[in-house]
Write a protein that binds this ligand. Sequence first.
Ligand code: ATP
Ligand code: MG
Length: 413
Amino acid sequence: MDVLYDLGRAGYEAYLVGGGVRDLLAGIQPKDFDVATDAKPEEVRDVFRRARLIGRRFRLAHVRAGGEIIEVATFRAQPRSPEEGEEQAEEALDDHDHMLDEGGRILRDNVYGSLEDDAFRRDFTVNALYYRVTDFSVVDYVGGMDDMVARQIRLIGDPETRYREDPVRMLRAVRIANKLGFDIEVATAAPIRELADLLTDVPGARLFDEVLKLFLSAQAEKNFDDLIELGLFQVLFPQTAACLHQDGVETLIRGALQGTAARVREDKPVTPAFLFAALLWPALRDAMASAIENGQNLAQTIPEHSGDVAAEQVETVALPRRFSTPMREIWALQPRFHRRNGRRPERLAAHPRFRAAYDFLILRAAAGEETDELVQWWTEYQQGNAPVPPAGGPNPKRRRRRRRRTGETPTSD
Ligand code: ATP
Ligand code: MG
């Protein structure tokens, strides 16, 4: 509100737009707020002392207000089609504005426009509603209010064209529909299966961001279902998709997604490393299948193959190294849960990734890969009950020493 008022006092038009308006209308607490204005980025910076200009694909101002960062963007226009010719493309380059590639994909869009232009270049009708604080009205050029009432996500304009401009809109349709509990309108859903492959042209880093929004979410499992149904999951995670029919694979992934969703709802931290560990574990198991059959040591096989699985995944969704490294550690620790004698449990428990690896063990047990007894043992171990390992247990001398130290009384074997 402060940002809207300040821009208004400086003589500019300013509206709240996008997810903020949409979520408020749907009765959901918005995650963040976006403002659209006729002020140019430099002019926005002049109004707010603490504004920062950011962005390469399009320039925006970040304004700090009330402990939050408000994104303030200048009205922009819909990119022109590539058929409009060389001349315009060159002109566009000169102006640092938008361009389409031959497939109709937007490469850049920094052409300023009117409020109406700005509405039509947005993705979904419910994302193109503008709240004006001067008269408390909502400006709607695209029928977004009707779609709010009908509870549906509808692309503005011709769906196929809009997906070709930016294939990520297919993922956004799924995510936003499930966030609001809306349906994807029929004509908006119709071309998705056929166009799903376009996602392979999207930079992997952008897909990674979008995948996190889809899966580190309270609606993670519903998003998973819809992505599969629309043929999008198969493009994002081809290695995983190839294993989905195998025993226990869906159970493992759904377990991870349900756990994540529960944590999100409780405002607990969630990590991409754990999510990707679950999503890609079936592919790793597959890659190791022949090694396991040949009786190779799992502890050696996992690190060897986990690099290959991660490398193949980053061809589509680019998992940054700061997440793939802990993911591979979670994997590498799995065989070590079987070694329960001597000081090995202690050493394993001291590993910085132990807790995540233990949570992952629970998922694997629920999917039938490990016994409940093993999970139970490690659960009790952490509670300090130092359970006695089954046959082939620890070195008895060490056990005695430990009992003396902790004052524990021996339990019957
Ligand atoms: P949320 O913030 O809940 O993830 P959002 O709709 O606000 O959802 P943002 O990524 O914050 O998503 O985008 C803000 C607004 O910018 C959108 O509501 C939409 O109007 C516009 N927008 C975002 N991405 C696109 C896109 N790929 N194509 C067209 N318009 C987009
Ligand atoms: Mg937003």
